[in-house]
Every structure is written in C-alpha cells, then in structure tokens.
Design a protein around this ligand. Structure first.
Ligand code: ATP
Length: 235
C-alpha cells in the first residue's frame, strides 16, 4: 500500500453522546482517481473526512496515508492538502494576497508553494488579482480549492466543493478535479448529490447511516444498480 494515497480500514467513530456516526468503513483512494464520498446529510461523510485530517479521533480502525499509519492527533502529512472547513478570506485583499498570507502562516518555504501551477489547475485566471469581495460564490470556492492545492499535495481532500454551485460551475469543477488527479495525484471529495459525483468523479463510495453501501468506478455503481438508488433516495 506504500504508493496508495489513502487506505481506510474498519473506521468507527462514536461521539461522546454514544452516537455512532461512522462504522465499518473501508475504502481506498488510488492515484489518478477522483473519488466521491456520496451520501445524504448525516451519512457520516464529514465525520470521515475530519478523522482523516486528524481533526477528530477515530474510535477504532486505521488510516494509511501513502502506507504510513496516521496517528491520532499527529499533524497530517504535507503530502495531503485539505479543504474541510470553509476558509475565511480577507475581502479587501486580492485572491493572490490571501493565498500568500495563508502560505506564510503555514510556515512553509515560498518555493514549495507552486502558486502558478496550483492557480493554473484551479482555473482562476486573472481574477486572482481582484479583491475577494468582488468574487462570486463559485470563485470563492475555487480560491479555497486553490489554497488546498498549493504545494501540489499528492492527495487532496475536499468537503462538498461543489456545494451551492450552478451547473456550469460544476462542469468547471469537474475539469479542475480531473486536471488535478493526474501525475500520480488523487482527490477525495464529499457530496450529497448523486449527479455531482456522477459528473466530477471517476470512482464513488456510497455512505448511508455511517456505513458504506456500495463502492467502485462511477460507471459501475451509478448505472442501474437498484440498491444504490434505493439507498440514496432520501438525498
Ligand atoms: P453533512 O452533509 O450534513 O455534513 P455528513 O454525511 O457529513 O452530513 P456528519 O456531519 O459526518 O454527516 O454527521 C453524521 C452524524 O453524526 C449526524 O447524525 C450528526 O448529527 C452526528 N454528529 C456529528 N458531529 C457530532 C458530535 N460532535 N456529537 C454527536 N453527534 C455528532
């Protein structure tokens, strides 16, 4: 598994009140794939991603990031980039200035940022030099994703990146994620909309009530599998 960006085995998360948000979750994210974690609100997607990013402790199970076992509470490897909680941008600064500020705050050398490549993949164009207060919701989403892409981490984890986007913006997001998942990189995104996953991902992991009910290449899973449609019918 050393070359596999992410392997999750037997993941369980029980909150302090005894509620089991995630149980028996097993899946992997291979290089050059965009994997969609799909499920209705409350299915356990955010909990899964938060555990992966070390933001909350798992009750049981193991997470391997490039073959390395993730220790609870330890900082996540620099090989992983994430957008889990929506970042706040300073509206009176340009998108570019916001990214520079973020990068400096993380204390990593400027040379590692790969700003131009990340901005190119994120498709921000010259808008990156405009003030953030002039941005549409879609632009802000893309800036947030560009921020997670700085340094071109080999695994990118995004929580609901298409939330609130209109169909043309979703089509654009597809291009961004597919462009990213090349050269051995991989993307894991969550979504509660089947159509979005169908459009943007190569593979899908379907979650329902904290468990995985189906997983595999999008074309195999989202076609005519009646059980999948049944399980996500309350999305
Ligand atoms: P959403 O799209 O709404 O974020 P989700 O699939 O990401 O949904 P989670 O946010 O992981 O779902 O939540 C899964 C379940 O765990 C929900 O029923 C939620 O109420 C519960 N939950 C989340 N955080 C806590 C907590 N701190 N304590 C107790 N229960 C929690």
């Amino acid at each position: 598994y050393a070359q596999t960006p992410l392997v999750v085995r037997g993941l369980r998360k029980e909150y302090a009140d005894g509620f089991v948000a995630v149980s028996k979750v097993d899946f992997a994210v291979e290089r050059n794939t965009v994997v969609g974690l799909l499920g209705p609100n409350g299915a356990g997607k955010t909990t899964t991603l938060r555990v992966l990013m070390g933001l909350t402790y798992p009750t049981a199970g193991e997470i391997l990031v490039f073959g390395q076992r993730l220790k609870p509470g330890a900082p996540v490897l620099s090989r992983v980039g994430a957008l889990v909680e929506g970042p706040g941008f300073l509206p009176h600064l340009t998108g570019y200035a916001n990214l520079e500020l973020y990068w400096k705050a993380t204390g990593r050398p400027e040379a590692e940022a790969r700003f131009d490549e990340a901005l190119d993949i994120a498709g921000l164009g010259t808008a990156v030099h405009r003030k953030v207060k002039t941005y549409s919701h879609g632009m802000k989403q893309r800036l947030a994703i560009a921020q997670a892409m700085l340094g071109l981490p080999e695994l990118l984890v995004l929580d609901e990146p298409t939330d609130g986007l209109d169909p043309p913006q979703i089509a654009e997001m597809r291009k961004v994620l597919r462009r990213y998942a090349t050269d051995g990189r991989a993307v894991l995104v969550s979504s509660h909309l089947l159509a979005e996953v169908e459009q943007t991902c190569t593979d899908v992991v379907v979650m329902h009530k904290g468990q995985i009910v189906a997983s595999g290449p999008v074309d195999d899973i989202v076609g005519d599998s009646p059980s999948v449609h049944l399980d996500v019918s309350d999305v």
